[in-house]
Design a protein around this ligand. Structure first.
Ligand SMILES: [Zn+2]
Length: 112
C-alpha cells in the first residue's frame, strides 16, 4: 500500500498579489527599456546620416583645397626670377613681381 502524496503548499493571497505586482513592475520596466532602445536606434540612424553628409563635405573641401594648392603651385612655377634682367620670367615685372609678392603674402605654413 502506498502512502498518499503530501499536500502541496498553497500560496497565500498576499503572496499571489506580491507576485502579480512584481510581474507588472517587470512588464513596465521592459516597456520603458524597449522605448529607450527604439529611441536610441532612431537617433543612431539620424546621426549616421549626418556623419555621412559631413564626410562628403570634408571630401569635397579636401578636393577643392588640393585643386587650389595645385593651381598656386603652377602659378608660382611660372613666375620665376630672371637673374640677368632681375625681372619675372613670366610677366616681365621687376622681381619679385606682384604675383609672386601676392603668393608670398598669402603663403601659409601648411602650403610650404
Ligand atoms: Zn610674375
Amino acid at each position: 500500500m502506498t502512502q498518499p502524496e503530501p499536500a502541496q503548499p498553497r500560496h497565500t493571497a498576499d503572496e499571489l498579489r506580491a507576485a502579480e505586482t512584481a510581474r507588472d513592475a517587470w512588464a513596465a520596466e521592459a516597456a520603458t527599456q524597449t522605448l529607450r532602445a527604439e529611441t536610441a536606434e532612431a537617433e543612431l540612424a539620424e546621426n549616421t546620416g549626418v556623419l555621412q553628409a559631413l564626410r562628403r563635405q570634408r571630401d569635397t573641401a579636401e578636393a577643392e583645397r588640393d585643386a587650389a594648392r595645385n593651381a598656386l603651385a603652377e602659378i608660382r612655377a611660372l613666375h620665376t626670377h630672371g637673374r640677368i634682367t632681375n625681372t619675372c620670367n613670366d610677366c616681365g615685372e621687376f622681381w619679385p613681381c606682384s604675383t609672386t609678392q601676392a603668393l608670398d603674402r598669402h603663403q601659409t605654413q601648411e602650403t610650404t
